[in-house]
Design a protein around this ligand. Structure first.
Ligand SMILES: [Zn+2]
Ligand SMILES: [Zn+2]
Length: 210
């Protein structure tokens, strides 16, 4: 990969994304995620061994896991894995967080802006009659969206940008192109200190990148 001498906070080492399965997960989707992360960010992703989710993240009233507690757990994991710049918790269990007045709201994924950990669940991407191709496209979009947050991106007002706020709606995820708009793309390039790969839009999109 070409490292250009651009201004901005260039990372010291070649950044690496680590994929950390938590409890049950869809193995075939993890391979797709690996490719999707590389296509969008030009980052290598490696798989860590699957581990059960931490008990303290379990939320008994709804029988699911609190996403922010999973992020705390993953932050601790990353501290012990010097080779990982960012870590993606990946699971098929339901995850939730507090959203506005809703104490426990089921979500697709969570990532803090500029954080080191994100977590993604495929549970809510399984709508009725979803095809394997659509499920894969949704999973890659959600992982890349959350990684976008970790790379410092906020939600984006540009319609169909990868960083658009899906607001928990699968229709918005499906309508997104799966690629970053010019503004978001420029911000990530500044953060990584190098150009991103040529854009590859999601299968179902009619538009084409440059
Ligand atoms: Zn978001
Ligand atoms: Zn954008």
């Amino acid at each position: 990969m070409l490292a250009l001498g651009l201004a901005g906070p260039i990372l010291a080492e070649e950044p690496k994304v680590c994929l950390h399965p938590l409890g049950p997960y869809e193995k075939e989707l993890l391979a797709v995620v690996k490719q999707g992360v590389n296509d969008t960010f030009g980052l290598a992703a490696t798989e860590l061994p699957a581990l059960p989710p931490p008990k303290k993240a379990f939320y008994p009233p709804r029988q699911r896991y609190r996403a922010e507690k999973l992020l705390d757990y993953l932050d601790a994991v990353i501290a012990s894995k010097s080779g990982c710049t960012w870590i993606v918790g990946f699971t098929s269990m339901d995850i939730s967080t507090t959203k506005g007045w809703t104490k426990d709201w089921g979500i697709f994924g969570l990532g803090n802006m500029g954080g080191t950990s994100v977590v993604v669940s495929t549970k809510r991407l399984h709508t009725a009659k979803v095809s394997p191709g659509l499920l894969a496209a949704r999973t890659v979009k959600v992982v890349n969206h959350e990684l976008g947050h970790a790379l410092g991106l906020d939600h984006c007002p540009t319609p169909r940008c990868l960083m658009e706020d899906a607001k928990g709606t699968i229709k918005t995820v499906d309508a997104e192109t799966g690629v970053l708009c010019d503004r978001c793309r420029a911000l990530v390039e500044k953060r990584l200190g190098r150009p991103l790969p040529v854009r590859k839009e999601a299968r179902q999109s009619k538009e084409h990148g440059p």
